[in-house]
Design a protein around this ligand. Structure first.
Ligand code: NAG
Ligand code: NAG
Ligand code: NAG
Ligand code: ZN
Length: 456
């Protein structure tokens, strides 16, 4: 490659490597990976504007439509494919279905005309989504908030959550260990904790949260669970905490979560770049009946399943971590936290096929939902994913149950209700009640599974 005289002296080579390293580091620190984005960032800096580029939803409307006929189903399937200005929450599948659609301001007149032209029953859930997002950003703890000020009355940034985890591990070194799944697509550590009070042959509970970036209530709930397991003085909670070892990862998609603060509050996927669009839906990327249903092959869609099964580094790190420990640490329970819709679901998602312990999971799920109802009056639906929400393949809990045979496997859709007007933008006032009811129901799941002999 190089002419002979170019061949570098080893010392020069080292110096060169150091320089390259420094340059790369500073590049990574500004998180601009696309040339035009970098240029824009530079421009903003030079004119002294403080805010980074952020998606806006001014006068974006949220519609709920009811599909009354096959014709309606076809129209909305076509609309989803045709229009970038309409973001669907789920897909049009069958008559009788209710569907939530976010419509940007420029498209509102056309959309309204469409629903009237075809006599589609509809309701406007929100007239200006940006107002909700603005209010939500005001509920975020300021940058540099000390870990001692961490709470469940506000939302916290990735940095805030990680600092709190580190602090907790420092404070309780015999009980809390900082653990890493590895690095994300953009090189961020995927941080979590192991909570273990000691004792022989404990079974282990693994809690995954934040795989979908915009579902902020999930990391907030996960940190609440960590806090209660470590700090509760309630003897019943202490007994629960000591009955298992716990791995809890509040944000398994750190790049996406960070992007919901910096770029787009409605971002869902990871941040891998594919041509003109970014992101794989990590909860469609797991290698178990991958991509057979409820996923897209288009990187510009919100449920892109990726170029192949298990293609994403976040997915791979989770798979390796759990596989390595499922037997040695006896992982018998796997829980995943999402929002919204208020559901407690078990596998499968890819088909109506029933898992071997369907009856147990059904009963345990119902008891968990009843626990929540008794506590707060909130109604959570329980059932298999396929029956409860919509068919989808490549989810983490289908993989942990189907491939690794982890018997007790649930995923939560936390608050708000399925017809929520706020979608993923849950007010911070709801963090505590949501986390309290979720934690109580997790206690029910673990106790019921114990009674049925799953942890022997
Ligand atoms: C419009 O839909 C409603 C409710 O589905 C129905 O009662 C009504 O007959 C429909 N009107 C037309 C003109 O199709
Ligand atoms: C723990 O497991 C090991 C290996 O399976 C077994 O020999 C030992 O008796 C167990 N200890 C307890 C307290 O159950
Ligand atoms: C995944 O499924 C979608 C929808 O059926 C399809 O268009 C796409 O090609 C599939 N992806 C791959 C890599 O096979
Ligand atoms: Zn989700």
């Amino acid at each position: 490659m190089f002419p002979k005289r170019w061949f570098p002296h080893p010392l020069k080579l080292m110096l060169l490597l150091v320089i390259v390293g420094v340059i790369q580091e500073s590049k990574a620190a500004s998180f601009c990976t696309k040339a035009d984005q970098c240029a824009l960032d530079e421009e903003i800096k030079t004119v002294g504007a403080p805010a980074p580029l952020q998606a806006r939803y001014d006068h974006t409307r949220i519609y709920q439509v009811e599909l009354a006929s096959e014709e309606h189903v076809r129209i909305f399937q076509a609309l989803e494919l045709a229009s970038d200005s309409c973001s669907f929450m789920g897909h049009a599948r069958q008559p009788g279905q209710k569907l939530t659609i976010m419509v940007t301001a420029a498209k509102v007149a056309d959309f309204d005309d469409l629903v009237h032209s075809y006599n589609v029953t509809h309701r406007v859930l929100n007239h200006n989504f940006q107002a909700l997002i603005d209010a939500n950003y005001r509920e975020v703890a300021p940058e540099g908030t000390s870990p001692d000020q961490f709470d469940w009355k506000r939302y916290h940034s990735l940095e805030g959550i990680n600092a709190w985890l580190e602090n907790l591990a420092k404070k309780y070194p015999e009980v809390v260990t900082l653990v890493q799944l590895g690095l994300s697509t953009q090189g961020r550590p995927i941080q979590g904790v192991k909570i273990a009070f000691g004792g022989e042959n404990r079974t282990t509970v693994f809690i995954e949260s934040g795989i979908h970036a915009r579902e902020w209530i999930a990391p907030a709930t996960a940190t609440y669970i960590i806090d209660r397991l470590v700090n509760s003085e309630d003897p019943a909670i202490q007994e629960l905490a000591r009955s298992q070892n716990w791995y809890i990862f509040p944000t398994v998609n750190p790049d996406g979560y960070r992007y919901t603060f910096q770029g787009d509050r409605m971002w869902r996927k990871n941040r891998a770049l594919f041509g003109i669009c970014r992101g794989v839906d990590l909860n469609r990327n797991f290698p178990f009946h991958w991509n057979v249903t409820g996923a897209s092959g288009d990187p510009c869609r919100y449920d892109y399943s990726g170029p192949s099964a298990g293609s994403e580094v976040e997915t791979q790190r989770m798979i390796e971590f759990i596989k390595d420990r499922v037997e040695s640490e006896r992982i018998r329970t796997f829980l995943a936290l999402h929002s919204y819709s208020q559901m407690i679901m078990f596998p499968y998602g890819h088909s109506a096929e029933r898992v071997d312990n369907y009856q147990d999971l059904k009963e345990i799920g119902q008891l968990a939902a009843k626990k929540i109802y008794d506590l707060s009056g909130r109604i959570y639906k329980s059932g298999s994913i396929y029956e409860t929400i919509y068919p989808s393949a490549g989810g983490s809990k289908d993989w942990t149950h189907g491939e690794l045979k982890i018997p007790i496997t649930f995923s939560y859709e936390l608050r708000g209700p399925a017809d929520s007007e706020d979608l993923f933008i849950l007010s911070a006032k709801e963090i505590e009640p949501t986390a309290i009811e979720a934690f109580a129901s997790i206690k029910t799941i673990v106790e019921e599974a114990g009674k049925r002999g799953y942890y022997q």
